[in-house]
Design a binder for this molecule. Sequence first.
Ligand SMILES: *[C@@H]1O[C@H](CO)[C@@H](O)[C@H](O)[C@H]1NC(C)=O
Length: 187
Amino acid sequence: MASTSKAFNNFLFSAVLAASMAAVLAAGFQFEVGEKRGWKLPTGNEPETYNEWAAKNRFHIGDTVHFKYEKDSVLVVNSADYLNCNTSNPISKFEDGNTVFQFDRSGLFYFISGQPGHCRSGQRLIIRVMHPVEAPGLAPSPAPGRDSGGDSGEWGTPSKNSTTRVSAVSCFMTVFIGLFVMLYLFM
Ligand SMILES: *[C@@H]1O[C@H](CO)[C@@H](O)[C@H](O)[C@H]1NC(C)=O
């Protein structure tokens, strides 16, 4: 009797753990645009541009970017308006100083500052959100002999974000398999 209730407790624990892992994965990862500096007019002394920062990272559907700014704005624009720094026709405009934008699709997203001159000085950002089949952890295992990682695209090396995600997925799988083993043994 005691061992049955222990098994049940283990089962409950695993179920709760699996559910929280699933919640973490579904919530996505939040990126800080400009990291500590935030979203502001570049001085030219930054270690990297916004686009250099973006190229180091891997963005997935469901992930968010957080823009922190003062006396500025975030405009989501199309590619032509991005190239011309045209602020007159944004798809979306945010001015609250604390904007969280979530990626609801794969492909390219263009962000520029709405302040006059800021975009031309480099306060602009292109983010490429990976297609689900490119995303490590969601893609099937690579065929033997093929380069692992899945995304050999034009945007550089995997970041620590993708590593986190892969380990989250494998942790989730471990818990999930554990759950089934326990069901099999004790039910
Ligand atoms: C900016 O976009 C608007 C609306 O699409 C267009 O009418 C205008 O000519 C553009 N301005 C420049 C400088 O490209």
